[in-house]
Structure formats: C-alpha cells, structure tokens
Design a protein around this ligand. Structure first.
Ligand SMILES: NC(=O)C1=CN([C@@H]2O[C@H](COP(=O)(O)OP(=O)(O)OC[C@H]3O[C@@H](n4cnc5c(N)ncnc54)[C@H](O)[C@@H]3O)[C@@H](O)[C@H]2O)C=CC1
Ligand SMILES: O=C(O)[C@H]1O[C@H](OP(=O)(O)OP(=O)(O)OC[C@H]2O[C@@H](n3ccc(=O)[nH]c3=O)[C@H](O)[C@@H]2O)[C@H](O)[C@@H](O)[C@@H]1O
Length: 437
C-alpha cells in the first residue's frame, strides 16, 4: 500500500484518484475548485463518467479516499500525481503551463525527502527535465513522467486496464528508485501482464503527444477521403470498412464525420507544433497543420450542408442539433464539433435547438445564446432539419417512421455517419452526410 496524492481532480485526476484507491492505496485528491471537492467528497462525480461514482463510493466507504482543497494535506503522501490541466494558451498554439508549474511548486513545498512526483498531465517535451531540475534543489525528491492514455467515457476501464504503462525516469539509481515506486503503485495492474515501458523523460512525453497526433491524423485522413468521396460520388463508410480490413491499417478511428474535438486532441496537436517550432523541428510536424485544417473544414462543410438542405438560407429555419458533447458517453463540451456547428448555424440566422443526454448544463454555460431542450422528442418538434452531431446510442436508435410526424420537414444530416441511409430514405426522409451518398 502506498500513500498517494493526486493534484488536480478533473476528468483525469478524479478518475486516477478513485482508481488508485480501488487498487488498495491510501489516496488524497486535491483541487482548487471547492465545488468539485465537495461533490467528490460526497461520492458524486462532478462530470459524467460511467463507473466513476461506484468507484468513489466503494473507496470512500473503506475510508481509503479523501478529497480536500488544502494542499498541505498531501504531506502525508509519498507519491504525488500531477493531473492539472494544460490547455491551449489564448491566441497561441502552445500549451499553458502555468497550472503544471504552480502545482509542481506547491507539491515541492509539502514533499519530503524520498517522495516521488509523477507527472500525468500532457506536456511539451522537455517539461519533466525542467521540473526535475527545480526539484534538484529540494532534498531527495524524485520526478517521473507517466503519461495517461485514457479516453473519456471509458476512463475507469482505461485507467485500471491500460494498454500499456509508460514511465519516463531519470538515468541511474534515481531512475531505478522511481521505477520501483511506480511498480508498487501499479502492482495489481502489472500482475495482469500489462506491458510497461521504462524510458527517459523526453521519450515518455513524446509517446503521449505522438499517440494523440497519430489518432488525430487517422481521423483527418478518413475525413480527407470523405472530401474526395463527396467530389467523386463514392461512400466513405464503405471505403473505411474496406481499408480497415487490412490489419496494418485497422478500422478503429476511421469514422468520418464532424471530426475530432474535446479537451485533448485539438490542443495537443497544436501544442506539439508549437513545441517542435521551439526546438527548431517545425518541419517534422508541419503536416499537423493540415490535419487541423481538414478537421476544422468538416465543421464548415456541415454548416454549408445544413444550409443547402434548408433551401439555401438558414434564416428563420429551425434546426435541431442532436448532441452537444464532443463525443458520446461524456458531458465534456470542450471544443465540441457539435456546439461549434450549432453556434455557426445560429449566427447565420437559424433557430437552433440543442439537446444532449448529459451535456446541456456544460453547453449552456459555454454557449448561453443557444436554445436547449432536454427531451429529445420535444427538441425535434417542428424542425426544418435535424443534425445528428454526437452519436449517443439513443440518437442512433431513433425511428425515422416515428419521428416523421414530430418534425416539420423530414430532413436528417448524419454528422457521424452512423445511421442507415436506406432506412431513413425509405421512411421518406432526406438523408445527407459528409462523404456519403
Ligand atoms: N481528459 C482526458 O481524457 C485526459 C486528459 N489528459 C491530460 O490531463 C491533464 C488534465 O486534463 P483534464 O483532467 O481533462 O483537465 P480538467 O480541466 O478537467 O482538470 C484539471 C483540474 O486541475 C485543477 N487545478 C488546476 N491547478 C491546480 C492546482 N495548482 N492545484 C490543485 N488543482 C489544480 C483544476 O481546478 C481542475 O479541476 C491535461 O494535461 C490533459 O491533456 C490526459 C489523458 C486523458
Ligand atoms: O489525451 C487525451 O486526453 C485522450 O485523448 C483521446 O481521448 P478522448 O479525447 O477522450 O476521445 P477520443 O475517443 O479519442 O475521441 C476524440 C474525438 O475524435 C472523434 N473521433 C474519434 C474516432 C473516430 O473514428 N472519428 C472521430 O471523429 C470523437 O468524436 C471525438 O470528438 C485519446 O483517444 C486518448 O487516448 C487520450 O488519452
């Protein structure tokens, strides 16, 4: 059993804290946000994440998990996980490192000799060695970087059963000590034959940014193919199925549509470009600019398509947007393609109604000017066009026959290529999608 602190209890940290407690450790989670801490202390997840509340409840019933806004409480811990945000800096591509730097300094103040500080936040390569240098002046504090690969909506299973664990550690005895401590923390996971890769700081940091860049590239690749499918009359879903059957390519992350959003892929590829520039290696990842551009074009193209379906003008047309979260099974609306399209449609004169099973509150605080309706059927009433923007199961299962009498005009835009066009057309709907006939 290790006594652990987790600094920053957002999408990453809250799950990490609860998961570490479920592995038998004593955990204190710390955040500056009092509301978040109050909810977590009451075993309530401050955001929608399947399985998190059960984990919080079980660990708190055993007394092995506590939350606080008081950073001094971490002094009881010997391993400290940094899970604070690294958002995009306003008006720039690079990551805002102020939260990581501030959290690291605070931890240093409360850490004692022999403690291990483990970075989990996604950071520009070079951060860990910079912070380790700062720690060098503190007596015997070790630094490791252990990037996180969890997906929102699957965060609990991804944390407890990761594809791999990556440790970035310093050379020599300090590295061995850090590795041993991390092995103790993850003992239960390692016992299940999980691969662990021990490497230097820079490689560990780059593994994370490279992985997210690859995922973003895969999505933009298929979306570029969708543009070509649209130009040539081909079908991008069949194309993805066919190329995905090649094991070397694989079908995952080849779903064309509105593209990627969220608090990670967009900001991570931009931070990667910024950092590569600082290192004089901007050419190496110049292609990411195009990946980003392809991604953003999908949103613009969807606005055009909705306008087309509405007869050339959006003014006064009622458009129902199904989904606000950046992906299903999440209430996260950071850089959500659904909301970005909804906001554009509204700016261009449409009367936009947005619905989502979990993300309405978050969406309203970001885009208060849009109309939100909780009930799907109520949201669809009188619509001149319906846009499926986030593929929640309940939207995928909507019946075109039943909905026909609810909407004003039966026109559906499938922003995630998840509906059966034949079924909707047979029920008398106009069906349109990006890169699909
Ligand atoms: N959201 C995700 O699925 C994943 C996120 N990451 C990375 O993890 C990091 C955190 O991301 P999220 O959890 O999504 O961000 P978030 O914004 O949900 O959570 C960050 C939390 O840190 C707190 N915080 C900031 N400064 C603090 C300080 N000095 N002391 C204590 N708490 C502080 C904030 O109040 C907030 O609750 C980012 O670097 C992100 O790229 C990595 C893998 C998955
Ligand atoms: O660094 C992070 O924070 C995380 O970022 C992503 O996870 P996440 O943002 O939760 O969501 P994804 O499932 O990757 O989806 C990202 C976006 O891509 C879109 N997407 C995904 C797959 C696809 O085929 N097509 C597609 O458009 C989704 O709709 C969503 O908007 C990575 O998948 C995680 O491994 C990583 O840990």
């Amino acid at each position: 059993m290790t006594t652990i602190s987790v600094i920053g209890c957002g999408y990453l940290g809250a799950v990490h804290a609860a998961a570490m407690a479920s592995l038998g450790h004593e955990v204190i989670g710390v955040d500056l946000d009092q509301r978040r801490i109050d909810m977590l202390s009451a075993s309530k997840a401050p955001f929608f994440e399947p399985g998190l509340e059960d984990l919080l409840h079980d660990a708190q019933a055993l007394g092995s998990l506590k939350f606080s806004t008081d950073l001094s409480e971490i002094s009881a811990a010997s391993v400290h996980f940094l899970c604070v945000g690294t958002p995009q800096r306003k008006g720039e591509l690079g990551a805002d490192m102020t939260f990581v730097d501030a959290a690291f300094s605070s931890v240093l103040q409360h850490a004692t000799a022999g403690d291990l500080i483990v970075g989990k936040s996604t950071v520009p390569v070079g951060t860990a060695s910079r912070l380790a240098e700062l720690a060098g002046s503190a007596d015997g504090v070790l630094v490791a970087w252990n990037p996180e690969f969890l997906r929102e909506g699957h965060a609990v299973e991804d944390t407890l059963s990761p594809d791999r664990l990556v440790y970035g550690v310093p050379d020599g005895a300090a590295g061995e000590q850090a590795t041993t401590r991390l092995d103790e923390v993850y003992a239960d996971i390692l016992r299940r034959d999980t691969t662990r890769l021990v490497t230097d700081y820079a490689t560990a940091e780059l593994v994370k940014t490279a992985a997210n860049s690859f995922l973003a590239t895969k999505i933009s690749f298929i979306n570029a193919m969708a543009e070509l499918c649209e130009a040539s009359g081909a079908d991008v879903t069949q194309l993805a199925d066919a190329i995905g059957m090649d094991d070397r390519i694989g079908r995952k992350f080849l779903n064309a549509g509105l593209g990627f959003g969220g608090g990670c892929l967009p900001k991570d590829i931009r931070a990667f470009m910024a950092r590569a520039g600082e290192l004089g290696a901007d050419q190496a990842v110049a292609f990411l600019r195009e990946i980003d551009a392809i991604n953003m074009r999908r949103r613009i193209r969807m606005v055009d398509l909705v306008r087309e379906v509405c007869g050339g003008s959006l003014i006064g047309k009622r458009v129902t947007v199904l989904g606000a979260a950046f992906k299903p099974n999440s209430d996260d609306v950071r850089d959500s393609p659904a909301l970005s399209v909804a906001a554009q449609l509204s700016l261009q004169g449409a009367d936009v109604v947005v619905t989502d099973p979990e993300a309405i509150d978050n969406a309203r605080s970001r885009f208060p000017e849009l109309n939100y309706v909780a009930d799907t059927i109520d949201a669809l009433r009188g619509a001149d066009a319906v846009l499926l923007a986030t593929e929640w199961t309940e939207y995928r299962e909507l019946s075109p026959d039943q909905l026909k009498s609810v909407v004003g005009v039966p026109a559906i835009l499938d922003g995630r290529n998840v509906l059966d066009p034949g079924l909707w057309r047979a029920a008398g709907w106009t069906y349109r999608a990006l890169g699909r006939r």
